[in-house]
Design a protein around this ligand. Sequence first.
Ligand SMILES: NC(=O)C1=CN([C@@H]2O[C@H](COP(=O)(O)OP(=O)(O)OC[C@H]3O[C@@H](n4cnc5c(N)ncnc54)[C@H](OP(=O)(O)O)[C@@H]3O)[C@@H](O)[C@H]2O)C=CC1
Ligand SMILES: CC(=O)N[C@@H](CCC(=O)OP(=O)(O)O)C(=O)O
Length: 355
Amino acid sequence: MAYAAGVVGAAGYAGVELVRLLLAHPDFELRAITSNADAGQALASVYPAFAGVSDLVFTTHDDPALAGCDVVFLAVPHTAALAVVPQLLASGVTVVDLSADYRLDDPAVYERWYGVAHTSPELITERAFGLPELFADDLARLAERHAAGDAVLVACAGCFPTATSLAAAPAMRLGWVADEGPVVVDAISGVTGAGKTPSARTHFCSADENLEAYNVCRHRHTPEIEQILGASGRVVFTPHLAPLRRGLLSTVTLPLAPGARGLTAEDAVACYRDAYAGRSFVRVLDAGQTPKTASVVGSNACQIGLAVNAEAGALIAIGAIDNLCKGAAGQAVQCANIVFGLDERRGLPQVALPI
Ligand SMILES: NC(=O)C1=CN([C@@H]2O[C@H](COP(=O)(O)OP(=O)(O)OC[C@H]3O[C@@H](n4cnc5c(N)ncnc54)[C@H](OP(=O)(O)O)[C@@H]3O)[C@@H](O)[C@H]2O)C=CC1
Ligand SMILES: CC(=O)N[C@@H](CCC(=O)OP(=O)(O)O)C(=O)O
């Protein structure tokens, strides 16, 4: 039996990647794709890649068909999900939200970084945080509730937090990181990370042949990374924009605790492989290898590289993902698979476009 699925914001970059994945998914049947801007237009006329594959037509964001779905994926901008999530849950629909609206545990922190009051904070305590390799218990609890008949909410992790946290969390959890000192995150994203509406920074003429840092010391993913890593007030996060369509690379520099100063890259790789045992999307490279975006783009994989700077007493952990797949749509489908009791790999690409 296929579960009925809908995508709100399906004409956006994350939304159309969801459409691509769900149309090929053996257990979900895509019934509704919404876009106010493109309502009434065929998917294949807006995105010709779907010609001959799907006859779906975009409907408006208030399409009543959404309430008849088993699961709805929200690929709408942050703050827009606040108006949609409570209604869908009340209609008995499970929601996988790609926006930031239900990610932060503390509604006051959300208000400070997103500039609006949270209108349904009670749902934050019930949701699972959608980063399966680090919050497996959270999602397993949600899967149990879903199996018992509840409509449930997953708040998927953001793109920068996903690559950063998969790279840094095992070191934090294993106690290798000093209690003090900054956790330095230098991360680079492709332009699709900014969504499909061009801004002065993402216009072709600005982004092409250019590299730049932005939102230095004030990017809204800082509190999300701190929450995941348990590193409140310590994350120095500097995002950069690169002239790539897809791909995100995050380099995290972690100060080693005195007891971990003898750590070698080989030890770190072995421990990380233990920490991610059984998680097929996270691949820890051999010591001496570094991940690259070209090796993950088009797949739901996260590749991790590890190095130790013994003189400086630092671990360097690097994560590479496709921002639209493991950083957004792929991770959302992975979370839905888990909530619906399916193998987390169902319908998801394991291998990147090799060239
Ligand atoms: N791009 C990425 O790499 C990642 C994105 N995300 C998250 O996914 C979400 C979508 O991002 P992205 O695809 O990049 O953005 P886009 O700007 O490309 O697309 C946004 C979509 O949301 C719809 N939309 C806009 N305003 C509203 C509203 N008020 N109510 C309902 N729908 C609305 C738009 O509809 P219309 O077609 O009518 O204009 C459009 O389809 C965001 O929350 C983003 O943070 C998460 C991780 C990575
Ligand atoms: C390149 C670029 O502009 N990236 C976006 C973040 C990507 C995103 O979509 O945000 P979420 O992961 O929180 O959903 C930014 O820096 O705001």
